[in-house]
Structures are given as structure tokens and as C-alpha cells.
Design a protein around this ligand. Structure first.
Ligand SMILES: *[C@@H]1O[C@H](CO)[C@@H](O)[C@H](O)[C@H]1NC(C)=O
Ligand SMILES: *[C@@H]1O[C@H](CO)[C@@H](O)[C@H](O)[C@H]1NC(C)=O
Ligand SMILES: *[C@@H]1O[C@H](CO)[C@@H](O)[C@H](O)[C@H]1NC(C)=O
Length: 394
């Protein structure tokens, strides 16, 4: 960076000197010059790095290092000026100066200058870019819960250099489901990009772990686990509402339960005087088999049926939001004269409504009733009921 006038003056001086003395100026009178450009560095936080400044013909001039954005003088010759123990300068006693930055930190990034105190001064610059792995800013909520049909919002903000991208995935590669328009429309994705994940009209199938993943190309990638809870009144379904079994046999009554938050589940006798929860004993065996986070099978095995074991059994589930139950009618299966058992009376499973008040279906009586309510126009059904009542009177 020599101004043209200086250059012209230098050439003029050289010219005159050649005329007067008949020879070129000796080497020691040559101006200091840089032999190579100062490098640019891009390093990850925590690493060490150095800038190399090579100057010829320095003679009595000095090399200084300056942080040019803050104008702070870091070092002159090999003397440190900055009170930063992570900075040091080395000199090879010839023409090479190195500024070392150890354990590079975010605030070390910027422009560094190697300067020679000629008049005017000569300098060259190099940039240090410090890359910082992505980090997830601490958020108070690591989970969220909502009633079924409600909405859940998870947020995850990340820092790092360069700025990280944030994406969301579900555990076990399950799809993320976005529901719109009252839950009628849905969009299913494996990955969602963005700091905020908003799920509306949540269903129980949306329950589970979600991961926020932040990455910016600087290892390591970071992730955080969030947990989504969806709450609803338990749903209870027995496999068969009517079960027939002969005296002396073992029978298994099966009940499928969905509940969240966790429910208290039990089997009890509907027709016993004290409707106490049935306990494990030599007569009864109760097994709970979890299917997933919110559903399970609760099976009741009744061993070597005695006459008193026939009757109605109730599978019940109660959680903070409500109670639901479903019944099994266990009746005795008579062996016919030819040695064959009569056809077991097995009816289809029926869900107990989840959003209504808990109701019990009386299997035998209600079946015809349910069939008629579903298949007849209301007026005709009302008429039929009237006729039936009339007939019953006579
Ligand atoms: C360093 O980066 C600056 C600006 O990005 C550029 O002008 C310069 O040529 C680079 N230096 C080297 C040695 O690559
Ligand atoms: C730069 O950051 C480091 C580590 O975060 C800190 O110890 C140091 O005081 C900072 N230096 C300046 C000049 O801000
Ligand atoms: C309970 O019944 C279900 C439905 O038949 C069955 O899949 C499950 O294995 C049974 N559980 C046990 C422990 O027997």
C-alpha cells in the first residue's frame, strides 16, 4: 500500500543514487515486504489456530499484531500486549511471525492484522471464523399434554455458528400427523422443519416421544426429547359379551382397555353382594399385557368353573377423566345328549361410548334394542315400542 507519490520519490532517490554512486542501494535499505498473504481460517470452537506473517527486509522495524475490528493491539514483536492467556506470538529468528490462538472462542472471530511500523505503515489482514456446534437453548417445558381434540405446541430454539436448522422427528420413525379443519384434514410427514411444532386436534395415536434435532454441519448434532401426552376417558371393550363354558373347565375373559393418563383397571362380579375388585387367588388369574403407552389387555382366567362362578363379570377402568366399564355374561354350557356342547353364545364386541357418561350395556336385553334403534326410522321404532308395550299389558 505505498502511495504513488512515495513510490515516485523512492524511484527518484534510487535513480539519483545510481547516477551519483554508480551502484544500486544495498539490500538493508530495501523496504520491508510481505512474502505471502495472511490466511483466512475457519475453525471449530475449542481448537487451536495460528496466523503466519512472513516479512522480508524488516531491519529495525517491528511486526505488530492487531485485532482490527476492536483496534486492540495484541502483540508487538514477541511481547504480548493483550492480557489474554490464549494468545501468543512466536518468531523463527528470520522472517516469520506467528500469532497463536489456543482454545478458540466465539469472541475470537474477526479480522486479524499483521502490521509493520513503516511510515506509512504496511499491513495485511486475515479472517478468523469460529464455528460453534448447535446447542439447544434450555426450555422449561420438555413435554406437553392436552385432552384429545386439543392442541399441543413444542418449541425448541437452537444456537450455533452458522445458525442451525431445527427439525422434528418422532420416536421409532412414527409419522408426525398435522390435523386441520376440525381434524377432518390431515397431513402426515416423517420430518418437520422449524423451531415450533404445533399439533392441533390431537388424537391418542399422536402420543409419545418427539425429538427436536438441531444441526449446522459442525459436529456433534444435538437433539432433545419431548413427550406428548394425550388425555381421554378410558375406553373398555370385552372380546365377547357372552361366554359359555361347561362346569369344571377354565375360561378366559378378555378385556381391551385404552386410557391416558394411566388408569386403575379391575375385574369384578356385577352380581355379588360386595362388588369388590377380584384379586389373584387360586380361582382367578388376572394378567395385564401392555400393547403400547395407552392400551392394554386385561384378561381374567377363572379356573375349574363351579356353579357359583356363572354370572356377570365387569371389566372397569377409571382415570382422572372418568370411568368406563364393559360386561361379560358367563353362562353354563350344557353338554347335550350326543356329547357335543351346544353352540357357544358369542356376541360381537361392542365399544362403550367414550365421550358419553359411562353406561353399561345389558347384553341380552340391549341387543335387540340397539339393533332396532340403528335400523329403524325413529317414528317406526316409537310405534313398535308402543305396540310391544300394549302386547305386554295383555
Ligand atoms: C480472505 O478472505 C478475504 C475476504 O473474504 C479475501 O478477500 C481474501 O482474499 C482471503 N484471503 C486468502 C489468503 O484467501
Ligand atoms: C471471550 O470469551 C471467553 C470465553 O467465553 C471469555 O473468557 C473472555 O473473557 C471473552 N473475551 C472478551 C474480550 O470478551
Ligand atoms: C389376553 O387376550 C388377548 C386377546 O385375545 C391376547 O392377545 C393376549 O395375549 C392375552 N394376554 C395374556 C397374558 O394371555
Amino acid at each position: 500500500m505505498i502511495p504513488p507519490s512515495t513510490k515516485a520519490a523512492w524511484w527518484l532517490a534510487t535513480f539519483l543514487s545510481v547516477i551519483v554512486t554508480g551502484e544500486m542501494p544495498i539490500q538493508s535499505e530495501a523496504e520491508p515486504e510481505f512474502l505471502q498473504a495472511l490466511e483466512n481460517h475457519t475453525v471449530t470452537q475449542g481448537r487451536d489456530v495460528h496466523f503466519t506473517c512472513v516479512v522480508n527486509h524488516l531491519s529495525n522495524y517491528r511486526v505488530a499484531w492487531i485485532k482490527s475490528d476492536s483496534k486492540a493491539i495484541l502483540a508487538i514483536h514477541t511481547n504480548m500486549v493483550a492480557l489474554n492467556p490464549r494468545l501468543s506470538v512466536t518468531y523463527n529468528n528470520h522472517n516469520t511471525w506467528k500469532l497463536h490462538v489456543s482454545n478458540v472462542q466465539a469472541n475470537d472471530s474477526g479480522t486479524y492484522m499483521c502490521q509493520v511500523n513503516t511510515d506509512p505503515m504496511k499491513s495485511q489482514m486475515g479472517h478468523l471464523t469460529v464455528m460453534i456446534p448447535a446447542d439447544i437453548v434450555d426450555t422449561a417445558t420438555e413435554g406437553s399434554s392436552a385432552r384429545e381434540g386439543g392442541s399441543v405446541r413444542l418449541t425448541c430454539s437452537a444456537t450455533g455458528v452458522p445458525p442451525p436448522t431445527v427439525l422434528w422427528r418422532r420416536e421409532h420413525n412414527r409419522p408426525i400427523v398435522f390435523r386441520h379443519d376440525g381434524g377432518r384434514e390431515k397431513k402426515v410427514v416423517d420430518i418437520y422443519k422449524g423451531e415450533s411444532l404445533e399439533l392441533s386436534h390431537v388424537q391418542r395415536t399422536d402420543m409419545g416421544a418427539y425429538y427436536c434435532i438441531a444441526r449446522n454441519g459442525v459436529p456433534p448434532t444435538i437433539s432433545r426429547r419431548y413427550h406428548v401426552q394425550v388425555h381421554f376417558i378410558p375406553q373398555v371393550k370385552v372380546t365377547n359379551q357372552l361366554v359359555g363354558a361347561p362346569l369344571g373347565s377354565d375360561v378366559e375373559l378378555q378385556c381391551y382397555i385404552e386410557a391416558s393418563p394411566k388408569a386403575m383397571n379391575s375385574w369384578y362380579r356385577e352380581d355379588s353382594l360386595v362388588s369388590d375388585k377380584l384379586m389373584e387367588n387360586p380361582k382367578f388369574r388376572i394378567t395385564e399385557t401392555a400393547m403400547n403407552e395407552y392400551s392394554l389387555w386385561m384378561n381374567l382366567t377363572i379356573k375349574s368353573l363351579a356353579p357359583g362362578d356363572y354370572g356377570t363379570y365387569v371389566c372397569a377402568s377409571v382415570n382422572a377423566l372418568g370411568k368406563m366399564e364393559s360386561q361379560v355374561s358367563l353362562h353354563r354350557l350344557e353338554l347335550s345328549m350326543n356329547g357335543f356342547a351346544e353352540e357357544p353364545m358369542v356376541s360381537g364386541a361392542a365399544w362403550q361410548g367414550a365421550r358419553n357418561l359411562p353406561t353399561r350395556v345389558r347384553p341380552a336385553a340391549s341387543h335387540a334394542h340397539q339393533y332396532l334403534t340403528h335400523h329403524l326410522p325413529p317414528q317406526l321404532y316409537a310405534l313398535l315400542l308402543t305396540v310391544l308395550r300394549y302386547l305386554r299389558v295383555f
